[in-house]
Design a protein around this ligand. Sequence first.
Ligand SMILES: O=C(O)CCC(=O)C(=O)O
Length: 302
Amino acid sequence: MWYSTVYGREAMRGKSVKPHWTLKTKLGLPSVFLLCAFFFLAGLFASTFVVQDVYGGGRGRARLLESTNYENEYELLPNGETGDDSITTIPFQVLSWNPRALYFPNFATAEQCDSIISIAEPRLRPSTLALRKGETVENTKGIRTSSGVFISASEDKTGILDVIEEKIARVTMLPRMHGEAFNVLRYEVGQRYNSHYDAFNPAEYGPQKSQRVASFLLYLSDVQEGGETMFPFENGFNMDGSYDFKECTGLKVKPRKGDGLLFYSLLPNGTIDVTSIHGSCPVIKGKKWVATKWIRDQEQDD
Ligand SMILES: O=C(O)CCC(=O)C(=O)O
């Protein structure tokens, strides 16, 4: 098979000729078939690169949710008896140093969130408060108006809470045994949680057997409007004594389904971080679902 043009000689003689394409050899049926097959396979091969590129981001996202192993990219060190023989990458954003707050995009999948909601929903009860000296259920009405339920990882037969709990332990480096059961909360329109501390000040709550060190919130739903987790004293703001605990102000974190928020209630010296005060702004539109894990300085029984 050979292609050529026949205008070379005429052009050299100064004649103006139109290029005229011809085949030196006639193409037989098998040659045409082979040619088509070649172009088909070449196209198919090229398209796999395009498809890989298009889905690259999506696959990366899914892999990150599974704690990606990067042993080909980073040099591994020998691990200790209780360590890992692979490198885990879980992306996060530092939201604030006062309080120490981190945000974990895509910490859980949408399916994991839906499964947790379906376990919690039939068991919801009005949320309760730990009462300070002098407080009663009556005089604290309206402070926390969500519904909730405590669910331990061992109760969840799907194993999803187990996976989430393990992942929380890895990002906090606080052992799983120090975590309370998950408190799964639902906020409907108008429901809120006024600003409060997760740590218990013994001067207000009496002597404590253990203290809450950190809180991890896994947002199980998006919220159309409102429902942000707020830190009104972030970086020392609003701390002149005039702050109204209902007021939704300061650093506001908008819930996004599957994302996680971690903040520390204690400073490195073990005292309560005053800037860790936080609350839930009222939901304005939609519904808010969140699973909270409080992590303590002592092992927990549940
Ligand atoms: O729902 C939120 O965003 C905050 C929840 C909270 O403050 C808590 O459970 O202690």
